[in-house]
Design a protein around this ligand. Structure first.
Ligand SMILES: Nc1c(NC[C@H](O)[C@H](O)[C@H](O)CO)[nH]c(=O)[nH]c1=O
Ligand SMILES: CC(=O)[C@@H](O)COP(=O)(O)O
Length: 167
């Protein structure tokens, strides 16, 4: 199913865990900031809506999506951070540069998540053009930032269930 068939901001909220004591980091790429700011707004608002406290949400900017991996790693290594949301927008250019960035950051974020044993969420848009980016950052297809935040919350819920750990 593509984003065109499933609005990124529509999701089941059944059984979400209590996140009032959980700490989140949101790492935001500055490239295409008109879009990444909207992703951030969506992610931040979703965390707050489902119970996170503003004082428990930290933001860090990185220059481009390629740097999301290291930014996420620095946050995920911190003992007090429970989950990290990485937000970026890599728009296809004339060359394959975007492919290298996309693959590197997808793999990099996966590695950080496994290495630190924490949810590190891939909130990176990989559109063909700015129009597709805008459609997925608060436009007709919803907001990937909302989806990334709810994914972080759901993974914390699963972690609690599997490990019997309360936040
Ligand atoms: N073209 C885009 C980039 N490019 C920059 C890289 O992410 C990186 O900062 C640079 O290669 C230095 O390591 N980044 C995006 O997030 N989005 C783009 O469309
Ligand atoms: C995805 C990018 O980094 C972008 O600047 C590359 O554009 P191009 O492929 O046209 O050089």
């Amino acid at each position: 199913m593509s984003s065109a068939d499933k609005n990124l901001s529509v999701f089941s909220t059944e059984g979400l865990p209590d996140i009032s004591q959980r700490k989140f980091a949101i790492v935001v790429a500055e490239w295409n900031s008109e879009v990444t700011e909207k992703l951030f707004e969506g992610a931040y608002a979703t965390l707050i809506r489902y119970g996170a406290l503003a004082k428990n949400i930290e933001r860090g900017n990185v220059p481009g999506s390629f740097e999301l991996t290291l930014g996420a790693h620095w946050y995920a290594q911190r003992e007090d951070i429970d989950a990290v949301v990485a937000l970026g927008v890599v728009i296809q250019g004339e060359t394959k540069h975007n492919d290298y960035i996309n693959h590197a950051v997808a793999q990099g974020i996966t590695n950080v998540s496994i290495k630190t044993n924490k949810p590190v969420i891939f909130g990176v848009l990989t559109p063909n053009n700015m129009e597709q980016a805008l459609e997925r950052s608060g436009g007709v297809h919803g907001n990937k930032g909302d989806e990334a935040a709810i994914t972080a919350i759901k993974m914390l819920g699963l972690q609690e269930k599997i490990t019997n750990r309360r936040g």
